[in-house]
Each structure stands twice: as structure tokens, then as C-alpha cells.
Design a protein around this ligand. Structure first.
Ligand code: PLP
Length: 363
């Protein structure tokens, strides 16, 4: 019997793998014979250095990150990346293309306006971001500083299934809500960033994977802490890194390896989401999915019920039955089940059964 008493479908911070939490608990007070907690170790110590480099090595291995990329551990969340990217790469009067698939893309776009001239390549706003633009219809300008997209739209439950080919223009991706959920070809991207708190560990660490040639091209007239190169040159140890978060991230990556790697995880995520989408599709309109089927996310499953009263009842009964975090984002409303890597298949099966039962009892 699991020690877990709820099914956690929170959008972020979200579920962590139970074996990782248990290991962290065991190691919490006396970390690997040091007599101290990982949180009490100097970030200049050998014991911490091993943890730090181990986490980087695991990230590199799982994503097969080519040699010409740096892996950085920063702070400030994905939100600081919205500013750091244009601050480093966009010059006044220079353009950068943004793919506007939701609120997070809009926030990134707004920050870029402070530094240069971002423009919208495509927007799905008209239909409340229920789909992903077709990669083949998109046009880029060779002189743009970069193209920015959000790989998974946490709030709307849409996900890019195929990334656009932007040629020589670096593709920059906010992967906060689907990082490490499937294999990707890192070489297609100039920069990938993600807050750790959905698929990688606790909040407080931001992962950046950046192509080395971009480090050289970046604007140097900005504050030291906001230059990617500062962190690249010092192996993300320019200042005190979020040591506990990086330790946890390394353990989450070890857990992914133990499961069999990203191919296995990707299959599992697809299976998990399918349990819930199948209930939505078979419900004769009792449950209404927000995303168009071709754009559906395997991470965040968004849906509504026919009326608000019924929806309230659904959310209240779900909470009562131990399903946590099913309320949709405040900007969209409705329901959202976030089935990140750490959410077990059993949780998705249990939710699908609950949804079927709720429909039977309320139709
Ligand atoms: N980008 C996406 C896709 C997100 O889902 C979120 C948070 O939910 C953010 C950015 C903001 O991340 P942070 O809170 O790490 O700044």
C-alpha cells in the first residue's frame, strides 16, 4: 500500500517520484557519509561538486546533448528567461519571431519588447489557444535574432508534436511543462529552458541548454548575473546555486534512467493521457476537451463540463475522492489534469474511472 494518500494532478509545482522523495528523506540529515545535510554542504565541496556534475551528466546523457551545448542551472524560474533571452540576444531595432500559443508566450513576448522588436509569427489567440500552428505554414526572416516557442502550453493543454525548422535562425523553446517527457533532438534548438518544478524536481532551479556559439554572440553590456556566459564559464557555480534543487533534479533524472529512459517515459505519458482523453471522447459531450485532438498535450489535459454547477460538483467530489489539483488555470477555468512524468499510470486510470462513474451518476 502506497504511503501516498492523494492522486496529485497539480500543474506545478507538481508530483515528484515517490522513490526520489524516499531517497532524499533517507539522505536528508547525513548526506552520503558527510555528517551533514546536502543543504548544509559548501557548494565548493567535493561532495556537492559530485552531485552538481552528476546532474549535468545525466541531463546530457538522457537528451544526448551534443558537445557544442552548455547545460546551465540558473535561478529566477522560466519567467526570468523571458527577459534574459532578449537581453542577451536581441539588439534595439532587431526583430525576433514569437509563436503565440498562450499566456506564457505572451509574457515572453512582452519582455522582448523592452529590448528590441519582437513580432508575432502566428497566434492561436482567436480560438483561446486550443491548437498549435502548423509548422509548415510558418515564415521566418533570415535576419531575426531568434524564433521563440512554448513547447507545451500548460494552461490550454496543447503541445507541439513536431518542431518548426527555422533554418539558421536559432529556435528558442520554453519547455517548462514538457521537458524530459520524451526524446527530442537538441541540435534543432539554439536554446531550451525550463523551470524544474513540473518534470525535473522542486522549484528553484531553472535548466538552460544553450548552443555555445550563441554565448559568444550575446550582448556583453548587461548585468553579470544575467549573462549566460557568466554561468557557462563557471559551470553554473558563479554564485551559490540552489544546491538542494540540483540534487533532487539529479535524482529525478536517475529515476528516469531506471525506468528505461525517455522512450519508455514518452510511451507511458501517452498511455496515461489517453486514459483521460478516451473518457472525454467517449462521453457524448458530457466532458468537453479544450484542445483540438491533433494538438493535445500529453502533460496537461484540459476539459470542461456542460455547465458550471456540474463542474463545481465534479471538482468537489474529485477532491473528496483524493484527486488533487484538477481545477483549471484561473485564466481559462474548467478542469485540468496534469499528468507529468511522476504521475503514475494508476493515478490516470483511477481518474478515468472516477470520471466515468461521475458521468453515470449525473446524466
Ligand atoms: N512557462 C510555462 C510553459 C509554464 O508552464 C510556466 C509555469 O507554469 C512558466 C513558464 C513560468 O515558470 P516559472 O514559475 O518557473 O517562472
Amino acid at each position: 500500500q502506497s504511503i501516498r494518500t492523494v492522486y496529485n494532478f497539480n500543474a506545478g509545482p507538481s508530483a515528484l517520484p515517490l522513490p526520489v522523495l524516499e531517497k532524499a528523506q533517507q539522505e536528508l540529515i547525513n548526506f552520503r557519509g558527510t555528517g551533514m545535510s546536502i543543504m548544509e554542504l559548501s557548494h565548493r565541496s567535493k561532495a556537492y561538486d559530485d552531485v552538481h556534475n552528476d546532474a549535468i551528466a545525466r541531463l546530457r546523457k538522457l537528451y544526448s546533448i551534443p558537445e557544442n551545448y552548455e547545460v546551465l542551472f540558473l535561478q529566477g524560474g522560466a519567467s526570468l528567461q523571458f527577459s534574459m533571452i532578449p537581453m542577451n540576444f536581441l539588439k534595439p531595432s532587431q526583430k525576433a519571431g514569437y509563436l503565440m500559443t498562450g499566456v506564457w508566450a505572451e509574457k515572453a513576448f512582452d519582455e522582448a519588447k523592452l529590448f528590441g522588436e519582437p513580432y508575432e509569427i502566428a497566434s492561436t489567440k482567436e480560438r483561446n489557444h486550443n491548437s498549435i500552428p502548423n509548422s509548415k505554414d510558418l515564415q521566418y526572416n533570415e535576419n531575426d535574432a531568434y524564433v521563440h516557442l512554448t513547447s507545451n502550453n500548460t494552461i490550454y493543454g496543447t503541445q507541439w508534436k513536431e518542431f518548426p525548422n527555422t533554418g539558421n535562425v536559432p529556435l528558442v523553446a520554453d519547455m517548462s511543462s514538457d521537458i524530459m517527457s520524451k526524446p527530442i533532438d537538441v541540435s534543432k534548438f539554439g536554446l531550451i529552458y525550463a523551470g524544474a518544478q513540473k518534470n525535473l524536481g522542486p522549484s528553484g532551479v531553472t535548466v538552460v541548454i544553450i548552443r555555445k556559439d550563441l554565448l559568444e554572440k550575446a550582448n556583453q553590456e548587461i548585468p553579470t548575473m544575467l549573462k549566460y556566459n557568466t554561468h557557462a564559464k563557471s559551470n553554473s557555480l558563479y554564485h551559490t546555486p540552489p544546491t538542494f534543487g540540483i540534487y533532487m533534479l539529479g535524482e529525478v533524472l536517475r529515476w528516469i534512467e531506471d525506468l528505461g529512459g525517455l522512450e519508455v517515459v514518452a510511451k507511458q505519458n501517452e498511455t496515461k493521457a489517453k486514459y483521460i482523453y478516451d473518457v472525454i471522447d467517449g462521453s457524448n459531450g458530457f466532458y468537453l476537451g479544450h484542445a483540438e485532438p491533433a494538438s493535445r498535450s500529453y502533460m496537461n489535459i484540459t476539459f470542461r463540463l456542460a455547465d458550471e454547477e456540474l463542474e463545481k460538483k465534479f471538482l468537489a467530489e474529485a477532491q473528496e475522492a483524493g484527486f488533487v489539483g484538477l481545477n483549471g488555470h484561473r485564466s481559462v477555468g474548467g478542469c485540468r489534469a496534469s499528468a507529468y512524468n511522476s504521475v503514475p499510470v494508476e493515478a490516470c486510470i483511477a481518474l478515468s474511472e472516477f470520471m466515468t462513474r461521475f458521468q453515470e451518476n449525473n446524466s
